[in-house]
Design a protein around this ligand. Structure first.
Ligand SMILES: [Zn+2]
Length: 189
């Protein structure tokens, strides 16, 4: 519970990040339809996604993998998988987008079902790859992590996805190493 994070700077990359450690453990965060319902709610795509079923879960996971393949192996002319991924993402991007309505107190009311949710995420992927932000997409510097994000910092120096287990652990490791080196130098002196 509460394991979803939104640190990628893009909806489509946050969805890709619901599968963790893609080169090693392949940890799936969208295990059941209710995980999907919670993710959609936390991602604020629609206000109340209602209950999700296994079919919806399969469709979202399929789009997620298509997005990951597309952005991580761009351009598609060099990878057969990426061509299929491009077709899948474009297909989902043709679906109707979530409805945005205004209520009498001026609040945004977002509604839609699985099609609209797929469309919102696919459209974000289409917008990302076709924009200048795509040049700023990076993989977390923790080689195990595999989380993708768009580095919107002015200096373009962001290296970590922002999760405690990445940047912090590396910082702690570096700090320990430095202490050890200092201790070694002290002993030598
Ligand atoms: Zn990371």
């Amino acid at each position: 519970m509460g394991e979803f994070v939104f640190v990628s700077g893009r909806l489509c990359l946050d969805l890709a990040g619901t599968k963790l450690w893609r080169r090693s453990l392949h940890t799936e965060l969208l295990k059941a339809p209710d995980d999907l319902r919670r993710w959609i709610h936390e991602a604020q795509i629609v206000d109340d996604p209602g209950s999700m079923d296994v079919r919806a879960l399969e469709r979202v996971r399929r789009l997620r993998e298509a997005i990951y393949t597309l952005v991580s192996s761009w351009p598609p002319d060099r990878h057969a998988d990426a061509k299929d991924a491009l077709a899948d993402v474009n297909e989902a991007a043709r679906l109707p987008l979530p409805k945005h309505q205004l209520d009498a107190s001026g609040h945004l009311v977002r509604s839609g079902s699985v099609d609209e949710i797929l469309a919102a995420v696919a459209r974000d992927a289409v917008d990302l790859v076709s924009s200048a932000d795509f040049q700023r997409m990076k993989e977390c510097a923790n080689p195990e992590c595999t989380r993708l994000f768009v580095d919107l910092s002015r200096a373009g120096a962001r290296r970590w996805c922002g999760m405690a287990e990445c940047g912090n652990r590396q910082k702690v490791a570096r700090h320990r190493k430095r202490k050890k080196q200092e201790a070694a130098t002290d002993t030598a002196a």
